[in-house]
Design a protein around this ligand. Structure first.
Ligand code: FAD
Ligand code: SF4
Length: 525
């Protein structure tokens, strides 16, 4: 029997998505790829993100040569009809259809295969098609059913990351010595939270891997220019020189470069921020991982090899393994586990619309040095590391009571590594506490003191991290207390925040502080 064609999405670009083993597509299956313009029209994405996805897809198509049918279409439905004559959709998609995908429909009469897509809307779409077999997800360490079994066995205890991470380590024999964690401890976070080295503008480590652009990048840039000129699509941000891998070969080079030159320093300053060194020792691997160019297993295995060879210290390697085998896997599983209505959760009833200066990445309109610096990084590159995302951008949104669904959409559009599955738990749960504590034990926000301790951003700022009132009051400090005051009842019932709420009662200048916060309102801080 001739192999059935296999459709790959734009985030399924690595060789493992075409590997016939482990429930993959037919051996030597012809490949279908669809570049759907409607996906770009739907939202105002960062231009660098549009560039990366299109460049990666077109590079993959060039590698696959005659094996691929590459269709540029308005929609996926049109693309499928043109590529394989398949009409879509005959059955309505929707919440029920998603779950059908988990059971993997019988493939006996399927004319086309596709690996489990990474978003609920895409899964509902493929499940709504006749003649398509949905194969198991690839690109993650833990199958969805195994996670659900683990969650079931947790006996109703909350599904915290730490327990999940230890289970993954043991199950995959990752950084383990027999049944024990390597080095005798599971968690080296206390070694990985140092403030930046004082008196240094940058970390003394080799810079990140950098790609060289080629004719495919040029073609993508020309297309984006034309579509923008024609008013067909609209972007935010700047599309400067490409910084991230778009091919398997580039992704492997970036991984090798990171594990050889940068991993040893990854841990220590993982949470620190330096204005002139936004990347510090971070890996910049989220883009190739989320495009499907790298498999998480090979990333953590290489890191472990570096430790076993004595080339990187345990705190850095454990910190990196924790990010990928812990956080990334956990977030992927929670996306499916929490269900469709997770995206509309709003436990704190925050409804303020995002201000225009934030939507437009207008860093120059902002006085607060931390926010202006980070917003400029997003504008220029579509990337910042996890602490600016959580403690500068997310914290601003939380303190000011912005609508969490709009905040999620903003992160999704503006970050080069943003996809539905990774955004929802990270933003709705982790950053905006809109799930009321399903994912985290407390809201993540802080006053200026934390940013001051963990960065060099406060020194040149027009505000002072310690000031709560007056012209120099730090918007993070006033915002923090105003947030605590607004949610006093809820937060005093949480043992992790109850003490902070008590601190409110000791603030003699609380009325003045709240007035300062109110007066500033939606103006850029
Ligand atoms: P490193 O610091 O080098 O970490 C290594 C890898 O760990 C990353 O490449 C990533 O694959 C993985 N990782 C670590 N934490 C997470 C996490 N919480 N969720 C998923 N993967 C994780 N990550 C994304 O991939 N896409 C997003 O859209 C995204 N949005 C975020 C939004 C907020 C509000 C927050 C707090 C975090 C978000 N993250 C997201 C997680 C994290 O910030 C990025 O993965 C990381 O900054 C990417 O840079 P890096 O590759 O240098 O990461
Ligand atoms: Fe940010 Fe406040 Fe520090 Fe200024 S003083 S950089 S606003 S934390």
């Amino acid at each position: 029997m001739a192999p059935r064609p296999h459709w790959i999405f734009g985030d399924q670009l690595g060789p493992h998505f075409l590997d016939p083993r482990h429930g993959g597509p037919d051996a030597k299956a012809p490949v279908v790829m669809i570049e759907a313009r409607s996906a770009l029209r739907r939202r105002r994405f960062h231009r660098a993100k549009a560039h990366l996805v299109l460049s990666a897809m077109r590079h993959r198509a060039a590698e696959l040569g005659d094996r691929v049918t590459y269709v540029r279409a308005e929609t996926y439905a049109e693309g499928l009809e043109r590529a394989v004559g398949l009409r879509a959709p005959r059955r309505p998609g929707g919440a029920g259809a998603e779950d059908a995908g988990r059971a993997e429909r019988s493939g006996a009469d399927a004319r086309l295969t596709v690996c489990h897509p990474t978003s609920r809307p895409a899964l509902a779409f493929v499940n709504g098609l006749d003649g398509v077999e949905v194969l198991p997800a690839k690109g993650f360490l833990v199958p969805r059913d195994d996670f659900e079994a683990w969650a079931g066995h947790s006996g109703g205890r909350s599904l915290r990351m730490e327990g999940f991470y230890r289970w993954v380590r043991g199950r995959h024999d990752l950084l383990m010595d027999g049944d024990e964690p390597a080095g005798g401890t599971w968690n080296l976070d206390h070694d990985n939270r140092e403030p930046p080295p004082r008196g240094h503008d940058t970390l003394d480590v080799r810079g990140p891997w950098q790609p060289r652009e080629d004719s495919i990048d040029e073609e993508v840039r020309r297309d984006l220019d034309r579509w923008e000129r024609d008013g067909d699509v609209s972007f935010v941000g700047r599309d400067g020189p490409r910084r991230f891998p778009v091919t398997r070969r580039e992704a492997l080079s970036a991984l090798r470069h990171f594990t050889t030159h940068r991993l040893p320093d990854f841990g220590r300053y993982e949470d620190a921020m330096l204005a002139a060194d936004p990347v510090m020792s971070h890996s910049l691997l989220s883009v190739p991982l989320n495009l499907g160019l790298l498999d998480p297993a090979e990333c953590v295995e290489r890191a472990e090899q570096a430790w076993r060879a004595g080339d990187a210290p345990l705190n850095s390697v454990e910190g990196f393994v924790r990010q990928i085998a812990g956080w990334r896997e956990y977030v992927w599983q929670l996306y499916w586990h929490f269900g469709e209505d997770y995206r509309t959760r709003n436990a704190l009833r925050h409804t303020t619309p995002l201000p225009d200066w934030f939507l437009d990445l207008d860093a120059d309109a902002v006085t607060a040095n931390c926010l202006s610096t980070v917003l400029a990084q997003v504008r220029d590159t579509g990337w910042t590391h996890h602490i600016p995302r959580l403690m500068v951008l997310g914290s601003r949104a939380l303190q000011d009571g912005w609508d969490p669904a709009a905040v999620t959409d903003w992160f999704h559009r503006c970050f080069v590594d943003g996809y539905d599955w990774v955004m929802l738990p990270n933003v709705v749960g982790m950053s905006q506490y809109a799930d009321g504590g399903l994912m985290t034990t407390k809201p993540y926000t802080s006053g200026g003191a934390y940013i001051h301790r963990m960065s060099d951003l406060c020194g040149p700022c027009a505000y002072r991290p310690t000031d709560r009132t007056g012209d120099h009051a730090c918007p993070y400090t006033t915002g923090y207390w105003a947030f605590m005051d607004r949610h006093r009842t809820l937060l005093s019932a949480n043992h992790r925040t109850a003490r902070a709420v008590k601190g409110l009662d000791r603030l003699k200048d609380l009325p003045e502080l709240l007035e300062t916060a109110r007066r500033r309102g939606a103006s850029p801080p």
